[in-house]
Design a protein around this ligand. Structure first.
Ligand code: SF4
Ligand code: SF4
Length: 445
């Protein structure tokens, strides 16, 4: 393929997903595009260390008769697709051929299109339908008696063996614990209870509606609690958004675009109404923030409410640093944190906001933040699957090694699940702490 230049000189742009266009679900056209893109990747190979998709592709090529993409059986293309968990790192951190380059390469969107076709054909495991229904599972698992049963099953080696056989959930994968005392239950009466008068800056309203997320609501509500405390300590008015559903990211990764559409419809009217009332929106999970900042706008650009919510959506530390810029961050820290190993979550990196978590924690005296910019390999549901768990642990290994080498006082990740994945890799009894919890400790509140 001839090109006038190696990489693009212009800033990368991204085209809409185009899920409603005529060609999107056409399998023949998908395969032609896969062949075209795989051929470019085979000639480039920059992304070999990012995930298991690229090594899978390159092994298929290298082991074929022709040692070119034309020697790979098209049925094997699915092996590449199945290893992609849509972290977006290849698009945003490596690829010189993304638009506006004439090769117009968007590897994650192509994988997503392939996943959507697979899903439409019904080629989806029952397990994958279940584990991506995070809000339904969370609702069920937060019913008191059921919570204890599910947590007991998830932590019992014998039942985990059965779960592996019955569903294909890896017996060593660290499944998240559930709680019946969810973040939503704890904060039903939050609004108007604080006595804080919101102070706007150029970039923020000083009023934050916290979108709990499934994980933040049903699994680790302490993160949301700490976020509320830290924000209120900074005179930011906080309310917890009620009656929301999953942001849709797990269903996106499954290729179930109808479910993404339904989740969007149900969340966006609530969130857009809050934005109209002057609320900014924050979530404690980078993937969920990214869903509203990037994925939904790329799918539903014509929906004004989606764009409205996109513009009011912030990563928590992005928000705090914007407040800091306007002189409205409380920097009266009481407790130094020492050395912190900081894993930068992929779905936060691709928000292109810079390392706002590091910058915030670096404001704390006698605190040194050591960033690790590599994928942890947790990636939504990838590590839970029996067939991918070993690959997920392998991807995590360089991160685990860096944490060990850094020998810091604590390790952390904006993605709590990535933090626990690193914990599983370390397997030394140490526990990660979420950066917002570290900030709360530093404030001594
Ligand atoms: S989006 Fe992430 S997982 Fe998918 S191919 Fe790119 S780097 Fe790999
Ligand atoms: S996605 Fe881009 S950078 Fe990565 S291997 Fe393919 S062509 Fe190279």
């Amino acid at each position: 393929m001839a090109s006038s230049r190696e990489g693009s000189l212009e800033a990368p742009t991204r085209h809409p997903l185009g899920q409603d266009t005529a060609d999107f679900l056409d399998e023949n056209k998908l395969f032609s595009e896969l062949e075209r893109v795989f051929d470019i990747c085979h000639g480039c190979r920059r992304c070999v260390s990012l995930c298991a998709s690229f090594p899978t592709l390159f092994d298929l090529v290298d082991e074929s008769d022709t040692m070119e993409v034309d020697g790979v059986a098209t049925a094997d293309y699915w092996k590449v697709v199945d290893h992609c968990y849509l972290c977006d790192l290849c698009y945003l951190t490596k690829c010189p051929y993304v638009p506006p380059h004439e090769w117009n390469l968007d590897f994650p969107h192509l994988m997503l299109r392939a996943k959507a076709i697979k899903f439409k054909k019904g080629e989806v495991k029952t397990r994958d339908r279940i584990i991506t229904a995070t809000d339904r599972i969370g609702k069920l698992a937060s019913i008191p008696v059921i919570t204890q049963t599910i947590n007991a099953v998830n932590s019992n080696p014998l039942s985990r063996k059965l779960l592996d056989k019955a569903l294909g959930i890896h017996p060593q994968a660290a499944l998240p614990e559930y709680t019946s005392n969810t973040l939503t239950k704890r904060n039903k009466k939050r609004l108007h209870a604080t006595g804080i008068t919101a102070q706007a800056t150029d970039a923020t309203t000083g009023k934050v509606a916290l979108f709990a997320t499934c994980y933040g609501n049903y699994n680790e509500p302490q993160i949301g609690e700490d976020l509320i405390k830290v924000f209120e300590h900074n005179q930011i008015l906080v309310q917890l958004v009620q009656k929301t559903r999953c942001c849709g990211m797990p269903k996106l990764e499954l290729g179930d675009l109808d479910a993404v559409h339904q989740a969007k419809e149900s969340n966006i009217k609530i969130l857009a109404a809050l934005v109209d009332e002057g609320w900014d929106i924050v979530t404690p999970v980078p993937s969920c923030t990214l869903m509203f900042k990037q994925e939904l706008p790329l799918m539903f650009a014509e929906d004004d409410r989606v764009i409205k919510v996109q513009q009011a959506m912030f990563d928590p530390f992005e928000y705090l640093m914007l407040r800091n810029k306007a002189g409205k961050l409380n920097t009266d820290f009481k407790n130094p944190l020492g050395k912190i190993s900081y894993h930068v979550a992929c779905h936060q990196r691709v928000q292109r906001i810079g390392m706002k978590t590091r910058d915030t924690l670096n404001l704390i005296p006698d605190t040194e933040v050591l960033p690790i910019e590599r994928c942890s390999g947790h990636d939504g549901t990838y590590t839970f699957k029996s067939e991918f768990h070993d690959a997920a642990m392998k991807i995590c290994k360089p991160v685990v090694n860096r944490v060990k080498q850094q020998n810091a006082d604590v390790y952390t990740s904006d993605c709590a699940m990535a933090g626990h994945h690193i914990e599983a890799g370390l397997a030394d009894g140490s526990k990660p702490e979420h950066p917002i919890s570290l900030l709360r400790t530093a404030y001594g509140i």
